[in-house]
Design a protein around this ligand. Structure first.
Ligand SMILES: NC(=O)C1=CN([C@@H]2O[C@H](COP(=O)(O)OP(=O)(O)OC[C@H]3O[C@@H](n4cnc5c(N)ncnc54)[C@H](OP(=O)(O)O)[C@@H]3O)[C@@H](O)[C@H]2O)C=CC1
Ligand SMILES: N[C@@H](CC=O)C(=O)O
Length: 364
């Protein structure tokens, strides 16, 4: 169970909760980075409602503020530049198992994972940057996790917790990695392309995906294909193909990501996408954003597929991963379900927290 937290100046992020005793000998100290974001605040609600999990939220941090529990209350104060160093020191000083939950999309924070894991602090994260970025960082994260001092969980980074990464890791362990993969890995792009095919304007469909909580903090990360490329990188690494280079084609030019008015340019694509979808419909096809791996090369980008293709049937935040296995070439292994959205993501992070706590408890 989580002990109650009282924020003094950010009440909207905190639901009311009942004070419950914490079994001190078993509780795991938690720190949540990104508590004011969409996923972070949904996670806070879940932590508050959960019974039976022996955790205590000690610290919350966002870009502007940090909150430490003092006398049973979390007091928020403006952030100091060395807050993340202080966080690690204070969790270590407490002498209890500790977990840091990174609910940001900040690449810089992921560089701290190896240090935290080496010092016995567990990491739970939906942030894709550390696992998909620089190969050296990825290997340092995995190597420090393998030391076994603290758990690392990141099921929410791909398919918002759908059983994709675990399946790939098990296939690799079994010596049966997929020979090929085809996937729709973006709730945003599935939603946008499905809406456009029903006559919606491209720019309005993107705004709708943002409102529904499917997009990255910067939706251009989705539209450029970079978010999908990150997910495919994590999948390939998990499946044992760390050297594959992914070719990427976006729905928007990469330059828009750095242009100050990048997000305002989407209306420029309304007519193009209307024409594309009309032509595809006449040909009995649909535009989808596909991630493909043929055993050697990988690509993410927009493609047309027949209207009855499995990837064409996705709507809402649907993800589909189809794996071709050597052991069963005629029957692909499909993983299908809601792969984006605040609620499913917070749920996956919550499950990762519970697994990480169980790992600590098994050792104590
Ligand atoms: N939405 C979805 O369907 C899914 C999301 N994810 C991942 O979840 C993560 C969170 O997404 P989301 O909640 O939408 O993002 P938001 O932009 O809503 O929230 C981000 C949070 O991180 C905080 N933050 C950002 N940078 C820093 C920093 N340097 N130091 C401390 N805090 C920081 C923000 O603080 P502040 O309020 O001060 O800006 C905010 O609280 C992302 O990595 C995303 O890729 C993964 C799977 C699915
Ligand atoms: N922005 C992503 C959600 C998180 O991974 C998507 O649209 O699928």
């Amino acid at each position: 169970m989580i002990s109650p937290s009282t924020f003094t100046d950010h009440p909207s992020t905190l639901p009311a909760s009942t004070r419950r005793p914490v079994r001190r000998d078993w509780s795991v100290n938690l720190a949540l980075i990104g508590h004011s974001g969409q996923v972070g605040s949904a996670l806070l609600h879940r932590l508050q409602q959960l019974t039976g999990l022996e955790v205590e939220l000690k610290t919350v941090i966002n870009r502007r503020q940090t909150g430490h529990r003092e006398d049973g209350e979390l007091q928020l104060v403006p952030r100091a530049s060395d807050d993340l160093d202080q966080l690690m020191q204070s969790l270590r000083r407490a002498g209890r198992p500790a977990l840091i939950i990174d609910c940001t999309a900040d690449a810089g924070i992921t560089e701290l994972y190896p240090r935290w894991l080496r010092h016995g602090i567990g990491v739970v994260t939906p942030n894709k940057h550390g696992l998909s970025g620089d190969r050296l960082l990825y290997e340092r994260i995995q190597a420090t996790a393998r030391l076994g001092r603290a758990p690392l969980r990141y099921s929410a980074t791909v398919g918002a917790g759908l059983p994709i990464l675990r399946t790939l890791a098990r296939l690799r362990l079994a010596g049966d990695p997929p020979r090929a993969m085809e996937a729709a890995l973006s709730g945003t792009l599935a939603h946008v392309l499905a809406q456009v095919s029903q006559g919606e304007r491209f720019s309005a469909a993107v705004e709708d995906a943002r409102r529904k909580g499917f997009t990255e903090p910067n939706p251009l990360e989705d539209l450029s294909g970079r978010d999908v490329a990150r997910k495919l990188t994590i999948m390939l690494r998990e499946a044992g193909f760390p050297d594959v280079v992914i070719q990427r084609e976006g729905l928007v030019p990469d330059e828009w990501l750095t242009a100050p008015d990048g997000a305002q340019r989407l209306e420029q694509l309304d007519a193009l996408w209307m024409d594309r979808q009309t032509a595809a419909r006449r040909a009995g096809e649909r535009w989808v954003y596909a991630a493909r791996f043929d055993g050697r090369r990988a690509r993410v980008g927009p493609v047309t597929v027949p209207a009855d293709h499995p990837l064409a049937g996705l709507s809402g935040s649907g993800n589909l991963v189809r794996l071709q296995l050597a052991t069963n070439p005629n029957t692909p292994l499909d993983v299908f379900g809601p792969g984006a959205g605040v609620a499913v993501t917070a749920s996956a992070v919550m499950a990762d927290v519970a697994e990480a706590v169980a790992t600590f408890n098994e050792r104590n």
